[in-house]
Design a protein around this ligand. Structure first.
Ligand SMILES: [Zn+2]
Length: 467
């Protein structure tokens, strides 16, 4: 079974000391790929399967110790405080949606498609329907789970109808907004005579036809009242939008479907849109930061992007990610978790070891930042003013060597944390040699394609390391 396969795979990786980002890369490149075929060609597995799979992924990420950051945050984009972890449900839905392009595309011929369309007369228009009608319609596909999944996934994806052209393109049938005797209807004989969309009810200037005009135009076999009924059933808000629009469409269209045709990578495009609709921002921890900093943060996205611009090392990026989300193992946090019986700072032993204290306020640490600024100034003539924000979140001043400064800050913070974990005191000579070590690793370990980028980043700061 697939789940066992994934469990074994992740187990085989779990003994390596990978960072959160490294683990997400393993999941994305090795585990998720096992499900592409399954999710594309078979009905979506039930929720307990998806839940178990998700649990496997996240317990791998957190080393089996329970989630430290909400899943809905981790799946978000980098600039929104996430790490772009795969949302398995959105992924399964996006793979189902990839079929819709094939159904809709007249140039795509296949046996399954002919069968599908002959089986369901109405099939062609389903994809134009609004969200609510689609969800309702999906329930009627009891006999075919696969296509029900496709309709359900599409229902989640489609954007709501707002423009007059979208309204005119709405199918008349099975539409929850078009009700006769309080329910949506499907008049097969009218459908066969090509009376299919709201657009078919109006004349060239966007005016609704009279019942007699409608009966004559489509050669309907019905009473005046029946024809009147369908015209009356159109919501008045739609009618006024259409009146303003003042014309009939030459062809009905759907922005939702057009978007599929505009992109070559349908799955990743729809996946992104589905993922974004469920992802959330880490607002709680942001509020906490706002209380601790001298002034509230106005633009989190700039900070969140910094570790991804200033270094390519997953270890350093993950470390900063843990600082952003305040999950770094300070003694204050460890005491809260019941792991330590005191919260005193490891270095000074006199104040509670919060993140702010450990990396900035501590009497043993603060002078190191001054020494660092002094060293940089004396070697490169670049003036840097460190602050609580720039040290903890990132340096945002507009400077040509911003990425290098941020890289230095990050490496120094990592060094401080490393010293605490190894039970020793950091000194400035140690910081200098650790920075040099990091520089040489970046320079020699990166692949050839990145060489230029690295050299450019360190251009103004190179003197620090090559004397
Ligand atoms: Zn201290």
């Amino acid at each position: 079974m697939k789940l066992d396969e994934v469990r074994k795979l992740l187990d085989s990786w779990s003994w390596r000391l990978l960072s959160i980002i490294g683990k997400i890369q393993v999941i994305k490149s090795l585990a998720i790929s096992k499900f592409v075929h399954l999710f594309t060609t078979l009905p979506t597995p039930n929720d307990s399967f998806l839940k178990e799979l998700e649990t496997l992924f996240f317990s791998f990420i957190w080393g089996g110790k329970g989630d430290k950051i909400a899943r809905k945050i981790i799946i978000n984009d980098i600039e929104n405080g996430g790490l772009k972890m795969t949302d398995i449900r959105s992924f399964a839905k996006a793979l189902k949606i990839s079929w819709i392009k094939k159904v809709w595309d007249v140039n795509y011929q296949a046996d399954w498609k002919r069968l599908l369309i002959s089986d369901r007369l109405y099939w062609n228009d389903v994809w134009l329907l609004n969200k609510r009608s689609l969800s309702l319609l999906a329930c009627s596909f009891v006999e075919n789970t696969f296509w029900r999944n496709v309709v359900e996934s599409w229902a989640e994806y489609v954007q709501e109808t707002v423009e007059a052209s979208d309204i005119l393109s709405q199918p008349l049938w099975n539409n929850v907004f078009i009700k006769i005797e309080n329910k949506s209807v499907f008049y097969k004989s009218w459908y066969i005579k090509n009376l299919r969309y709201v657009n078919d009810l109006v004349d060239e200037s966007g005016v609704f036809m009279s019942p007699t005009e409608l009966i004559n135009k489509f050669n309907l076999k019905c009473t005046f009242l029946q024809a009147y009924g369908i015209i009356c059933a159109i919501p008045s808000s739609w009618k006024s939008k259409i009146r303003e629009f003042g014309k009939r469409l030459l062809v009905v269209k759907s922005e939702n479907i057009e978007r599929l045709f505009k992109t070559k990578k349908v799955t990743s495009f729809t996946y992104d849109s589905l993922r974004k609709s469920v992802a959330t921002q880490p607002t709680r921890v942001q509020r906490k930061w706002d209380k601790l900093l001298p002034s509230p943060v106005e633009d989190w996205s700039t900070y969140y992007s910094i570790p991804f611009l200033c270094t390519s090392a997953s270890k350093l990026r993950s470390f900063q990610y843990r600082i952003f989300h305040r999950t770094i193992g300070t003694n204050v946090l460890l005491m809260k978790m019941g792991i330590k019986d005191h919260d005193d700072c490891f270095f000074c032993d006199s104040k509670p070891e919060t993140i702010e204290h450990l990396f900035w306020y501590c009497d043993r640490i603060f002078p190191l930042w001054n020494a660092l600024a002094h060293w940089i100034r004396s070697v490169t003539e670049i003036e840097i003013e460190f602050s609580l924000e720039s040290v903890l979140l990132g340096y945002t001043n507009c400077m040509p060597c911003k990425n290098a400064i941020n890289c230095i800050i990050l490496v120094v913070k990592f060094f401080i944390y490393k010293c605490k974990m190894e039970g020793r005191n950091p000194d400035f000579a140690g910081i200098q040699s650790y920075l040099k070590f990091n520089y040489s690793i970046e320079k020699f370990a990166c692949d050839f394609a990145l060489q230029d980028k690295i050299l450019c980043k360190w251009k103004l700061m190179k003197k620090l390391f090559c004397q």
